[in-house]
Design a protein around this ligand. Structure first.
Ligand SMILES: [Fe+2]
Ligand SMILES: [Fe+2]
Length: 191
């Protein structure tokens, strides 16, 4: 079937523009945010791999949950960028350079699992800032983006609390996910 010609009316975009959201600026923030999620997923793969030895073994599962949930955050928010009329860069190199958070490189002294936990903690704290900013930009104006961003924030705050607990013994209320990377807030169809 041939596609319709001309530019369609996009009520889902117009209505939030009318509510006062700068949609192009929002799209840019979302692209940078999902770029941080995907690059973090990549870096966490390396970080988790280096949680070795008797101490590291117990940390693998928690790093894996955070890793898989970050990938889920990428998948959760990316369709929203397209709904709003935005797109991801076609070159992944450009995409990675746009990430809202610094690269979570493997530390030189990775044999000490605490050094890896520090990197994980910093990444989570950056993600909390990014998605809270999106929540603040959209609160009361763009319920769909707000809902998705707040679901991500919920998990980022949990991730921060987990790593704080491991590093400082500060209780987080953590108990294992039902399965790796469950994403209780960010999965597509929450119960
Ligand atoms: Fe995330
Ligand atoms: Fe996270």
């Amino acid at each position: 079937m041939p596609k319709k010609s001309g530019k369609p009316e996009v009520v889902g975009r117009n209505i939030i523009e009318k509510a006062g959201v700068n949609v192009d600026q929002l799209i840019d923030k979302l692209v940078r945010g999902v770029a941080a999620e995907l690059t973090t997923y990549y870096y966490y793969t390396i970080l988790r791999m280096h949680l070795t030895g008797m101490e590291g073994e117990g940390l693998k599962e928690i790093a894996e949950d955070a890793r898989l949930e970050d990938r889920m955050h990428f998948e959760l928010m990316t369709p929203r960028i397209y709904e709003l009329g935005g797109r991801l860069p076609s070159d992944i190199r450009k995409f990675a350079d746009m990430a809202a958070c610094p690269d979570a490189y493997l530390p030189k002294n990775w044999e000490d699992p605490k050094s890896i936990l520090e990197v994980l903690l910093k990444a989570e704290q950056c993600a909390i800032r990014v998605w809270t900013e999106v929540c603040n930009l959209t609160l009361g104006k763009d319920p769909r983006t707000y809902d998705l961003a707040q679901r991500i924030v919920q998990e980022e705050v949990e991730h921060e609390a987990w790593f704080l607990e491991l590093l400082y013994g500060r209780p987080s209320g953590h108990f294992r996910r039902r399965f790796p990377g469950e994403g209780p807030h960010s999965k597509r169809f929450p119960e």
